[in-house]
Ligand binder design. Structure first.
Ligand code: PLP
Length: 433
């Protein structure tokens, strides 16, 4: 692949435009601005044609590869056919995508109705609205350190300091203990940690709510919060407590869906639970704005006709692209690749952890991996500045990595799921260096 000769405005010009016409405080990853002008598979290119391995997959959006030819063709064909209708009309792409998404839900799950929206935040908003309407209850539980988006509603459910502002936020939200076994009160060495963290949810229900709740929402692996893997058995217990309190269980699969965890198509399947509502976004459109709420008929039907509508939700171009993505995931064994490359990554990162004391924790599943940097393994003091330095050095060597966690000291490795064995060898080598 030879990148095109870039002839648009220079990085300096674009930086200046952004400073002049957008909020100059908008967060950017690198000290030396990085402008990406082209993408191909797992690689992206800057204005000089320098190649980077994108192990953050856009922002965990690029599931099957940048500009996958079949995705491009599907989008182009739809753009030339009809660019937009809404659900006040019928369109085949929208209905077919709904059918195909439902076919990906576990047999017998009863998850058989889809609503389309444009973003994960909007889909989560709809999910919690549905849960309140269905249950007639008000209180909602999410996890500390969880990220569910930036809409007005989701600002309330998200529990990460960087995204909290000193303005009023959603009422009726309670944050349960973050089941982070590296930093939380119940660690990896506690065989009962899943039960103890689950008990905290029960405690919240018993003490901070009227005993009846609308919903519990969680990511199966916290993404923005630093790739925190929920302990085995935890969700099963929590779902029982939530259902005993009349609440619905919402799985926020915005990052964990579409095979990213390797072993399963959906993150929740790895926990042996069936949610009442599943929220999907990011990887479904390979970067194109589309998200969906998937639920049972009885829950969906509480949304009476006309009660939920948005202009772009179920845009036929996004739907055609998402249909192509689903097909590629099956045809190109993307989930199996996520599993194998995930194992390869994990093995290599654990070796690095043995070699370097400043790697405090390595965790994850499939191609959803976190590496936590500390100044000292015993005190676990976060190595924030060092994390930034390593990121900059990796960038110089042609490797892009994501960053997150409460304090920003966790590398987030979530490459396009088409990444190759040689790419992982390259990434590990750069990180080692
Ligand atoms: N839920 C999770 C788990 C996310 O990671 C995100 C975004 O990063 C969202 C919801 C919000 O999605 P969006 O940014 O599309 O609104």
């Amino acid at each position: 692949f030879v990148p095109r000769k870039y002839e648009g405005p220079s990085t300096a010009e674009v930086v200046s435009l952004r400073r002049q016409y957008m909020n100059p405080g908008i967060f950017a990853y690198y000290k030396k601005p990085l402008m990406l002008v082209e993408g191909n598979g797992q690689y992206v290119y800057d204005e000089e044609g320098k190649q980077y391995l994108d192990t953050f997959a856009g922002i965990v959006t690029i599931s099957v590869g940048h500009c996958h030819p079949k995705v491009v063709a599907a989008g182009q064909k739809q753009l030339e056919t009809i660019m937009h209708t809404t659900t006040i009309y019928y369109n085949p792409e929208v209905a077919l995508l709904a059918k195909e998404l439902i076919s990906k839900m576990p047999e017998g799950s009863g998850l058989n109705r889809v609503y389309f929206t444009n973003s994960g935040s909007e889909a989560n908003d709809l999910a919690v609205l549905m849960s309140r309407m269905y249950t007639g209850a008000y209180d909602m539980i999410s996890l500390r350190n969880g990220y569910h988006g930036m809409s007005e509603g989701m600002r309330g459910l998200t529990a990460l300091k960087n995204w909290k502002f000193a303005v009023p936020q959603a009422f009726g939200v309670h944050h349960a203990l973050n089941p982070n076994r590296y930093r939380g009160p119940f660690g990896y060495d506690d065989p009962d940690s899943a039960h103890k963290y689950a008990n905290d949810v029960k405690d919240l229900i018993d003490h901070a709510t009227p005993g009846k709740i609308a919903c519990y929402i969680a990511e199966c692996i916290q993404g923005v919060g630093g790739t925190v893997v929920l302990p085995d058995g935890y969700l099963k217990e929590v779902y029982k407590h939530v259902r005993d309190a009349g609440g619905l269980c919402i799985a926020d699969e915005v990052q964990t869906g579409f095979g990213r965890t390797g072993t399963h198509y959906w993150g929740f399947e790895g926990h042996g639970v069936i949610p009442d509502i599943v929220v999907v976004a990011k990887g479904m459109g390979n970067g194109t704005p589309i998200a969906a709420v998937i639920t049972r008929e009885d829950v969906a039907m509480t949304m009476k006709t006309g009660l939920h509508f948005n202009t772009y939700g179920g845009n036929p171009v996004s739907c055609a692209i998402a249909r192509a993505v689903l097909k590629i995931i099956d045809e190109e064994n993307i989930q199996q690749n996520a599993y194998e490359r995930g194992e390869q990554y994990m093995e290599g990162l654990l070796k690095l952890q043995k070699k370097y004391d400043f790697i405090g924790d390595v965790r994850g599943k499939g191609l959803m991996i976190g590496l936590e940097m500390v100044k000292d393994r015993v005190t676990k003091e976060p190595a924030v500045e060092e994390t930034l330095q390593v990121m900059e050095r990796c960038r110089d060597m042609g490797l892009l990595i994501g960053r997150g966690g409460l304090l920003g000291n966790v590398f987030r490795i979530k490459p396009p799921m088409c990444i190759s064995e040689a790419d992982v060898v390259f990434a590990l080598d750069v990180m080692d260096r």
